[in-house]
Design a protein around this ligand. Structure first.
Ligand code: ATP
Length: 307
């Protein structure tokens, strides 16, 4: 079943579409990496899903139910923009305020459970203003986890975190997903980190879905190639094509070749170039990643042409 299913969903501000006839499918149990350039419509989409802003038109279903179904809505946890926490209160005091506001039963038990989940059980009387950014972000997640959501929506949760904070965040997300089966949607510009945890991706541009894919789709789409950096790359390309019968040889600028054919090794290329009087500055196997794939989709990145 799909945790989130959007069809033809739109939201405009004035004359401009922030979300423009958007389709999206987030399978239950996914960690869905939601990617797009600044202003692409990520936050607006997440606000629509969380019911924080109304849509103009289109359809939205959560776990197969209409998104205004109160029972389903109560199982959506969110951390959109920075967590609105009181700096002069402790983690427990902040959580208590939220818990009381939503009329939660067994609040103390629930607070203990989620604080443990995010590694904030031991903060005692420490006030939030003394927390690191990573701790504040984890408190935001703890608040979002009150009520044991099935679906967690996180908007740019890694922004500004130091490497240790990023590792802690990753561990929490994987634990929530693997151990509690929670579906998690994360928007982020930090694609290297996102690709360590995401099982699915949605790429949005100008409010429209450009591509949805699984982690496996991405891996098989990302093309590896041999990159050769050298002078006289065009001349060398002609020789290499003849020698190895290359069909997919690209020139990226004047001094870089990309060999996409899987017919020869870096060692063979190096040897051939050397034998023919060329000197390669660098030859290596390049592995395309999410960032490069994303830039390619957005029309940026290395602009290599077939030769
Ligand atoms: P970023 O990565 O910079 O956070 P985003 O992908 O989350 O961007 P949104 O914040 O959803 O993008 O914004 C999409 C478009 O809608 C932008 O052009 C933005 O200026 C506009 N927009 C968003 N919220 C409002 C609002 N409350 N009033 C007017 N315009 C808005």
């Amino acid at each position: 079943m799909e945790a989130i299913k959007l069809h033809d969903l739109s939201k405009s501000y004035g004359k401009k579409y922030a979300v423009n006839h958007l389709d999206m499918a987030v399978p239950e149990g996914a960690i869905y990496g939601f990617i797009g350039q600044n202003g692409a419509g990520k936050s607006t989409t997440q606000k629509l899903i969380c019911g924080l802003t109304p849509s103009d038109s289109g359809e939205m279903r959560l776990y197969g139910e209409a998104s205004d179904n109160a029972a389903i809505r109560s199982r959506v946890g969110m951390l959109i923009e920075s967590a609105g926490v009181y700096q002069s209160l402790t983690a427990q005091e902040n959580m208590k305020l939220y818990g009381l506001a939503i009329g939660m039963d067994h609040l103390q038990e629930e607070m203990n459970r989620v604080l443990k989940l995010v590694g904030l059980s031991e903060t005692g009387k420490k006030k939030v203003k003394q927390f690191s950014l990573g701790m504040k972000q984890r408190l935001g997640i703890a608040i979002a986890l009150l009520g044991n959501p099935r679906l967690l929506i996180l908007d740019e949760p890694i922004n500004g975190l130091d490497p240790q904070g990023i590792i802690e965040f990753r561990e929490i997300i994987l634990k929530l997903n693997h151990e509690l089966g929670m579906t998690i949607m994360i928007s982020s510009h930090i694609l290297g980190e996102l690709s360590k945890i995401a099982t699915h991706y949605g790429i949005i541009k100008d409010g429209q879905m450009v591509k949805e894919m699984t982690k496996e789709d991405l891996e098989s789409t990302c093309q590896n190639y041999i990159c050769v950096r050298m002078e006289k790359a065009k001349m060398a390309a002609d020789c290499l094509k003849k020698e190895f019968g290359l069909q997919q040889l690209k020139l990226a600028g004047e001094e870089e070749l990309h060999i996409l054919d899987n017919v020869c090794s870096t060692k063979e290329i190096n040897h051939f170039l050397f034998q023919n009087g060329y000197t390669a500055g660098e030859i290596y196997m390049h592995r395309q990643d999410l960032e490069e794939y994303f830039l390619g989709l957005m029309g940026g990145g290395a602009n290599a042409q077939l030769v």
